[in-house]
Design a binder for this molecule. Structure first.
Ligand code: NDP
Length: 434
């Protein structure tokens, strides 16, 4: 704590992992001898930089850019970029730390990193977004490379931003290095299913958790928070698997749509027109209601997929959700449930899939994009989706098996943390004291 003052989200993420791995340390004394815990909690490198840019009126703005290259024992640093006014070092470090274990869980050769800026993309023109992305990459490019560090999207960074970032990288370096960034558009090296992967993957993970409880998505009442990339495709896949998604949210409030969210309309409003959710309710002509400024977790559901941001489900929210009959939670977002919330769910016997495992489909499909870029290949949508589903099934099964092996049956949090940790720790020892 003294070493990283004020970085509350980072402390929370580290504490959660350390709380799970006691039994591993007891079994593997070499991890303590090699000071693996101390080493794994210290980023290999943190980069903080100035991002100056000019708005459409000629006014100059200065934002702060970050890239935390946390751990490269398993492969090049890999993790998204977040553009949101709440971004500061503590958020990027928590995301980057989580990313190490998530990437390890996928079984792919990728290390952990994350970056972003306190830039707020809301209300900015397309040109302003482009100028910001170009300025951001003008510093970041020197730290990136297919074998070094490979960013992707996150909150506020979608395909449009990835295009501008990649364009600037290509211009500065004079290299068409497709594998340097993922989440690219299909016309310039992107992969099928990458856009859908995090949300689809989360739905596949929940499907497996439900199967393990002897049930399915069929007819289940589902609530998803957020209305961005992850949320929209989580809704789409859950509905394809037979669920009725009755509510979703954005930073202004939530909509309830008892017949099931109209995903095409949601995409049009949020992704194409970049408007607020009240617009969705207005266009549904009475079928949906917009509730401003309140938490979506007051809407009763059997399955929840929090897919907006960190710490959005408190202990109180979790208690209400359990009372309302919630039996499974799959985290589409990173760390959306507070530690109290997780305890409430686990005590009540709710199947709780932590983000590290449940949203790993995004980065796994990014690794598939890197594979296609490296081999100059292009896979079909069907093949890529099948790969994603197998990866999510495998992550689910490994979490369960590991939890069982370490005496915590059904505890996906422990399973994910332990399985992710062991692979990284072993690689760090094998590579020597570096
Ligand atoms: P988007 O920017 O596409 O969407 C984020 C959504 O969450 C928006 O609807 C936004 O509302 C809402 N939101 C964001 N911040 C807040 C906040 N502070 N309070 C309330 N609502 C908020 O991001 P993504 O869908 O890409 O990311 C969502 C989550 O999933 C994040 O935790 C991210 O780290 C995680 N994730 C994303 C992956 C990816 O592949 N994109 C991969 C793995 C995890 P509004 O529309 O009003 O801005």
């Amino acid at each position: 704590l003294r070493r990283n003052p004020g970085e509350v989200e980072f402390h929370q993420a580290v504490r959660e992992v350390l709380e799970s791995i006691g039994p591993v340390l007891a079994k593997h004394p070499e991890y303590a001898d090699q000071k693996i815990i101390e080493r794994i909690c210290e980023p290999e490198r943190q980069i903080i930089f100035r991002v100056p840019w000019e708005d459409d009126n000629g006014e100059i703005h200065i934002n702060r850019g970050f890239r935390v290259e946390f751990n490269s024992a398993l492969g090049p640093y890999k993790g998204g970029l977040r553009f949101h006014p709440s971004v500061y070092l503590g958020i990027i470090k928590f995301l980057s730390f989580e990313q190490i274990f998530k990437n390890s869980l996928t079984g792919m050769p990728i290390g952990g990193g994350k970056g972003g800026s306190d830039f707020d993309p809301k209300g900015k023109s397309d040109r302003e977004i482009m100028r910001f992305c170009q300025s951001f990459m003008t510093e970041l490019y020197r730290h990136l490379g297919e074998y070094t560090d490979v960013p992707a999207g996150d909150i506020g960074v979608g395909q449009r931003e990835i295009g501008y970032l990649f364009g600037q990288y290509k211009r500065i370096t004079n290299r068409y290095e497709s594998g340097v960034i993922t989440g690219k558009g299909l016309s310039y090296g992107g992969a099928q299913v990458r856009t859908e992967a995090t949300g689809y993957g989360c739905a596949f993970f929940v499907e497996e958790m439900l199967k393990a409880r002897g049930t399915t998505f069929e007819g289940k009442r589902v609530v998803v928070s957020g209305a961005g990339n992850v949320a929209i495709y989580a809704i789409e896949k859950a509905q394809q698997l037979g669920a009725v998604v009755v509510a979703c949210s954005d930073s202004t409030g939530y909509v309830v749509d008892e017949k099931g969210i109209d995903v095409e309309l949601l995409k049009q409003v949020k992704l194409v027109e970049r408007r607020r959710l009240n617009e969705y309710a207005e266009r549904r002509g009475g079928a949906a209601t917009f509730v401003p400024g309140r938490t979506v977790w007051e809407v009763p559901c059997e399955v929840a997929m929090p897919s907006a941001t960190q710490n959005e489900i408190t202990g109180k929210d979790a208690e209400r959700m359990v009372r309302n009959g919630c039996i499974a939670v799959g985290e589409g977002a990173n760390m959306p449930t507070t530690p109290e919330g997780i305890r409430v769910f686990q005590r009540a016997g709710v199947s709780f899939g932590p983000g590290k495992a449940a949203n790993a489909g995004g980065v796994a499909t990014s690794a598939l994009e890197m594979q296609q870029n490296a081999s100059r290949d292009r896979w079909t949508f069907e093949y890529s989706e099948r790969r994603l589903r197998e990866i999510m099934q495998d992550i689910h099964d490994r979490c369960l098996q590991t939890a069982e092996e370490y005496g915590m049956p059904g505890d996906y949090v422990a399973g994910a943390n332990i399985d992710g940790f062991i692979r990284v720790a072993d690689a760090m020892i094998a590579l020597g004291l570096i």
